[in-house]
Design a protein around this ligand. Structure first.
Ligand SMILES: *[C@@H]1O[C@H](CO)[C@@H](O)[C@H](O)[C@H]1NC(C)=O
Ligand SMILES: *[C@@H]1O[C@H](CO)[C@@H](O)[C@H](O)[C@H]1NC(C)=O
Ligand SMILES: *[C@@H]1O[C@H](CO)[C@@H](O)[C@H](O)[C@H]1NC(C)=O
Ligand SMILES: *[C@@H]1O[C@H](CO)[C@@H](O)[C@H](O)[C@H]1NC(C)=O
Ligand SMILES: [Ca+2]
Ligand SMILES: [Ca+2]
Length: 368
């Protein structure tokens, strides 16, 4: 093959979007109470398992070892805080309750004349899902809220969420244009379950009839192996095996030069982080919030000789998120080598800094 063509093809291959896993699950088969399991996970990994969506659930499922047990702890625990949230996992910031709503202990919401009402989740109603191309889909079969959620997740993306006044008007118009019945489920629900790592994930995968608090004080969640991994609430003082998760990225709140940071990551974890996709950038944005310096080192380095920026992991810089004016070769005349950092505030863009600056940094904890 022509050499130049070969390099172009190689480059395309390197720049293709890679499946990347932001979180790894580890199944520990020792039996512990929920609190003991939480402590173990926080010491050895990141925390007891958080699950954001069906993808995570399938990943977690792959980590399970089988043998002589039925229940496995995850990081979900009941609290005294009962809050409204969207099935899609977004926080419920905009609310458009009707007159005197919500008025019950009811835990699911439907839309009537553009306004929202709470209602028992077991009630059967028609449904609006949101599809992958962001259009609304009306489902004319009536379903209880939980079945409606499963249906939307299996056939589309999720139940519709309504995040602002504009979207509320869209849904209202859609309902009148497609002559839906007056009352239609939306993706809003309320529960008092909270993840151990404080993540806002509102993904729930309860078995039918659960959580039922059957034995009283069933305040912690397990995966049940004989129901395809669906969840059950059980007493936190029972002893079960458990699943921890390990986030790929960790912010190190030490102030080191770029070279010191690189050495630290390679000695204690795997490497300084390479941000070669938007997904990893999102993970970065999530952890830099806790930084004490205004920028945070990435595994991004400028080569004086080649006049290019590259990732220390060896990847090509395909995805880019430079702040305007940064990421060029204009600083080539300076004596100190430039390295790449991400702003910890503002737009969290990448900036070029002299490598002698002392900044916090992000290590990756496992290879892909
Ligand atoms: C969006 O997806 C739905 C099915 O999920 C399909 O019926 C519809 O034609 C799609 N619309 C566009 C604009 O692609
Ligand atoms: C988990 O894996 C088992 C087989 O090992 C399968 O029967 C089950 O459906 C899977 N559950 C999920 C949620 O992927
Ligand atoms: C790192 O530097 C920042 C800003 O200069 C400072 O606020 C912070 O206390 C320093 N952290 C450590 C661990 O020295
Ligand atoms: C890099 O971006 C920062 C933040 O926006 C800006 O202050 C700085 O001037 C930029 N550097 C260059 C060389 O333009
Ligand atoms: Ca009500
Ligand atoms: Ca139960």
């Amino acid at each position: 093959m022509d050499q130049a063509l070969y390099f172009i093809l190689l480059h395309i291959a390197l720049c293709s979007v890679s499946e990347c896993v932001q979180r790894q699950y580890h199944h520990i088969t020792d039996r512990k109470t929920w609190i003991e399991a939480q402590k173990y996970c926080r010491e050895k990994y990141t925390d007891l398992a958080t699950i954001d969506n069906m993808n995570d659930m399938n990943e977690l499922n792959k980590s399970l070892k089988h043998g002589g047990f039925q229940y496995v702890w995850i990081g979900l625990q009941k609290t005294s805080c009962n809050k409204w949230q969207w099935s899609s996992g977004e926080p419920a910031l905009y609310l458009n309750w009707g007159y005197k709503q919500p008025d019950g202990k009811d835990e699911c919401a439907f839309m009537r004349d553009g306004q929202w009402h709470d209602w028992p989740c077991a009630k059967s109603q028609t449904v609006i899902c949101r599809s992958s191309n962001n259009t609304l889909i009306f489902v004319s079969q009536t379903k209880n809220w939980r079945d409606a959620q499963s249906y939307c997740r299996q056939n589309h993306i999720d139940l519709v969420s309504v995040r602002n006044h504009n979207e509320n008007q869209q849904v209202e118009k859609f309902m009148s244009d497609s002559h839906t019945p007056n009352d239609v489920w939306i993706g809003l629900f309320r529960d008092s379950w909270q993840w151990s790592d404080q993540s806002a994930s509102s993904f729930r995968y309860w078995s039918a009839g659960e959580p039922n608090n059957a034995g009283q004080g069933e305040n912690c969640a397990v995966i049940t192996l004989n129901t395809q991994g669906q969840w059950n609430d059980v007493s936190c003082t029972n002893q079960h095996p458990f699943v921890c998760h390990e986030d790929k990225l960790i912010l190190i709140a030490k102030n080191l030069t770029w070279s010191e940071a690189l050495r630290y990551c390679r000695q204690n974890h795997v490497d300084l982080v390479s941000v070669h996709s938007e997904e990893i950038q999102r993970g970065v944005m999530n952890v830099v919030k806790r930084a004490s310096t205004e920028a945070v080192w990435l595994g991004l380095r400028h080569s004086h000789i080649l006049g290019i920026w590259f990732w220390v992991s060896g990847e090509t810089v395909c995805y880019q998120n430079w702040a305007p004016g940064n990421g060029t070769s204009e600083e080539d005349c300076e004596h100190t080598v430039r390295s790449g950092a991400v702003q910890s505030g503002g737009n969290q863009r990448w900036i070029s800094r002299p490598e002698t600056d002392e900044l916090n940094f992000i290590c990756s904890r496992y290879e892909e």
